[in-house]
Ligand binder design. Sequence first.
Ligand SMILES: C[S@@+](CC[C@H](N)C(=O)[O-])C[C@H]1O[C@@H](n2cnc3c(N)ncnc32)[C@H](O)[C@@H]1O
Length: 235
Amino acid sequence: MTIQIPQPGGEVLDVDRKSYWGEYFTYFPALARYIPLGEYARRVRPRACVIGASDGKFALPLLRAGWEVVAVETDELFLHGGEIDLIDGHHEIVGLYDRLASEGFEDRCTVVKSDYMTLPADGDFQLVMGSGLWSQPPNRVHPLESLMTHAMDMVAPRGIFFADYLIGLNDEERECGYYPETPEMGKILTRPGWELFENADLGIYGESHLGYEEWHYHRYAAAIVHRKPLPTPAT
Ligand SMILES: C[S@@+](CC[C@H](N)C(=O)[O-])C[C@H]1O[C@@H](n2cnc3c(N)ncnc32)[C@H](O)[C@@H]1O
């Protein structure tokens, strides 16, 4: 389930509904309040890094809105496509490369097949975002704070960091350290030089999907953080 938030110019930011993940909850449309989507984006071409880009749920709408995108993903299935049989039926996944080619976006999207924690964090992007990945087992080799800090350090001054994250619903989730309550996540994200624009508990949703097919519930939350401009050096 997603929300739609119109911009003053009438622009709406929605996910790519044809993505395998298209109907799963995200607060992504709320970014429309903070990032350029109209003529300015088409002319200036701001740069976004989508961490865990999968088959393009977020990358494609940003590209359509004029952005350049670096799509970071480790999963071959979502990059190259394939067929899978799950409890809820047969799925044909169209991979990110084919989706980019079908809309002619190859020249504006760089696909990086890596763990984002191995990439430089040089403050290069006007937007860095990730959704539903911070608690995934391969990321648990890092503390949650390191996962967030590395992603945030990829954001340029005046840029935005967006994270959909999950809040613990049971003891196991609450104790593992990867399902923080909003105040705990707020503490991680409130760093010197940053301003927390939004950090909200968004409610409980039921779902079943690749990697966790049994019907289960997640308590979703999201944060939007602004990297302030660097202080002007004294003359
Ligand atoms: C659960 S899926 C979520 C898909 C979609 N982003 C959404 O929210 O609906 C998370 C994706 O992030 C990718 N991912 C997880 N950790 C990553 C990492 N450290 N670096 C790059 N990709 C990662 C996974 O391979 C997976 O495709």
